[in-house]
Design a protein around this ligand. Structure first.
Ligand SMILES: [Zn+2]
Length: 386
C-alpha cells in the first residue's frame, strides 16, 4: 500500500482486509475522517466487509484503499475497481483482489487490490439502521462497490473492447451472452466475437450464463445493457428489478437497502471463481428459503421477491396487456404461497419448474375466461424451461 500502513486491519472470519482511508492518512477532517461521522462510516465499511467475507469465505488477504472522499454530491455515489495484469493478453482475469483473496498472492505489492471513492456530498444513512426515504444506504452501496472490486464488473466499452488493457476481460465478461444465445467474447481467446449493437440489447438483451447463477435463477440472468450505452454501468450489473433485489443492480435508490446478495449473485461469485461461496444447490435453496410455514411472513415475502420477476417474465408474452400479465403474476404467486405444503421436492423437477407450471396454468385459466388477443408465440419459453 503506497499511502502508508493500514489504518484499520479487519480480520473477518476468513480473509484479512487491510484498509487504508486516505482521509485518515491525510487527517483532512472529511469523509472517513469526519470528526463526527468518520468512525461510524468506517464501521459501516467493516459491516460490509464482514458480510462479503461471510459469503466468499476465502482465507487470503485484501488491501482496500479508500481514496480522498468527494463532497460535491453529484455524479456517482461511489465507484470502485481493482487492477488487472496486462500480460498475457488477450485473456480473462478477475483482477488482483480475487488473486490476493483466493491465493494470498499479492500481484502488485505496494498497491491496493481494491480502490474505492465515496461522495459524502450525498445524504447517506450510516450504520445498520433503516435509511430514511431521502437517504442512500452506505452499507448497501459499500457491499455493491466492493463486489465490483471482487470481479463482478465488465471491462468492455461500447465496442466490445477493453480501453485500458486491450484484450483483457473479466470472467464475468466471459459468462456474458446475448439473450439469443450468441457469445460476446470467445471463451478461449477473449476476442470480441459479437456486434456492438448487442451490448445495448439488440440481440434479445444480454444475459449471464454462469452455471451456478443459472441454477439459482432458473435461466440465464438478465444483465443491464441499456441503449444508449451507459459508461460505468452497462454490462457490469444485473438488470433492474429482474433478479429480486440484487445488490448488483445498477443503482441503489434512496430509502432502499440491498444488504444481502440474491442467490443469483452468490451463484455468480461461485461462477467467476469464488468456489468457497456457498453452493446453492436447489435443495439448499428449498430448505433455506422455500420451506416456509404458515405465518412465516418474512420468508414468504422474500420468496415472493425472488419469484415475482421470474413469473412475470414467464407470463408476460402470453398477454397483450402488461397490466393483465401483472394481475396473473399476482394470482399465480398467491397460489404458490398458499400451497407450499403441496410441493414435493423431486430430483428431476426443480422448485422453479413447479412455480412456473402454476403460473402457466393460471394464465391458461385466464384465457378460458377471455380469448387472448395475441398469439402465444413465446409462451413455450416458460414451459420449456420448466
Ligand atoms: Zn455498480
Amino acid at each position: 500500500m503506497p499511502e502508508g500502513p493500514p489504518t484499520e486491519k479487519i480480520t473477518a472470519t476468513a480473509t484479512t482486509f487491510n484498509t487504508v482511508y486516505q482521509d485518515v492518512v491525510q487527517n483532512n477532517g472529511i469523509g472517513f475522517d469526519d470528526p463526527v461521522l468518520g468512525a461510524a462510516r468506517r464501521n459501516t465499511v467493516q459491516l460490509a466487509v464482514d458480510y462479503i467475507d461471510s459469503i466468499t469465505n476465502e482465507a487470503g488477504i485484501c488491501d482496500i484503499l479508500f481514496e480522498v472522499s468527494e463532497l460535491d454530491g453529484g455524479g456517482f455515489l461511489s465507484a470502485a475497481g481493482t487492477f488487472f495484469d496486462s500480460l498475457p493478453s488477450p485473456r480473462f482475469s478477475n483482477g488482483h483482489a480475487f488473486r490476493h483473496i483466493t491465493t494470498g498472492v499479492d500481484s502488485a505489492p505496494g498497491w491496493p487490490d481494491i480502490f474505492v471513492v465515496v461522495d459524502f456530498g450525498w445524504n447517506w444513512n450510516t450504520g445498520s439502521g433503516t435509511p430514511s426515504p431521502l437517504q442512500v444506504d452506505l452499507l448497501s452501496v459499500m457491499i455493491h462497490e466492493l463486489t465490483h472490486g471482487l470481479g463482478i464488473l465488465s471491462l468492455s466499452n461500447e465496442w466490445g473492447q477493453d480501453p485500458w488493457i486491450p484484450g483483457v476481460f473479466t470472467h464475468w465478461d466471459k459468462f456474458l451472452e446475448t439473450g439469443n444465445g450468441n457469445d460476446l467474447w470467445d471463451d478461449v481467446t477473449a476476442l470480441f466475437v459479437g456486434q456492438s449493437s448487442w451490448l445495448t440489447g439488440q440481440d434479445d438483451g444480454v444475459v449471464f450464463v454462469g452455471p451456478n447463477a443459472v441454477a439459482a435463477f432458473g435461466e440465464p440472468a438478465p444483465i443491464y445493457a441499456p441503449w444508449p450505452w451507459q459508461e460505468g454501468s452497462s454490462m457490469s450489473h444485473f438488470d433492474l428489478g429482474i433478479t429480486g433485489g440484487a445488490v448488483m443492480e445498477p443503482s441503489i435508490a434512496s430509502g432502499v437497502m440491498k444488504r444481502e446478495y440474491t442467490l443469483v449473485e452468490v451463484g455468480a461469485l461461485r461462477d467467476i471463481g469464488y468456489t468457497s461461496a456457498p453452493a446453492l444447490a436447489e435443495a439448499d435453496f428449498l430448505t433455506s428459503s422455500y420451506t416456509v410455514g404458515e405465518g412465516d411472513g418474512v420468508a414468504k415475502q422474500r420468496l415472493y421477491e425472488q419469484l415475482v420477476h421470474r413469473v412475470f417474465r414467464c407470463v408476460r408474452p402470453m398477454f397483450v396487456s402488461e397490466a393483465e400479465a401483472e394481475d396473473v403474476t399476482q394470482d399465480a404467486l398467491l397460489k404458490v404461497l398458499t400451497s407450499l405444503d403441496r410441493y414435493r421436492p423431486r430430483p428431476e423437477s426443480r422448485f422453479v419448474s413447479w412455480v412456473l407450471a402454476i403460473a402457466v396454468n393460471t394464465a391458461r385459466r385466464r384465457f378460458r375466461r377471455k380469448r387472448p388477443l395475441r398469439p402465444r408465440s413465446r409462451s413455450g419459453d416458460c414451459i420449456s424451461c420448466s
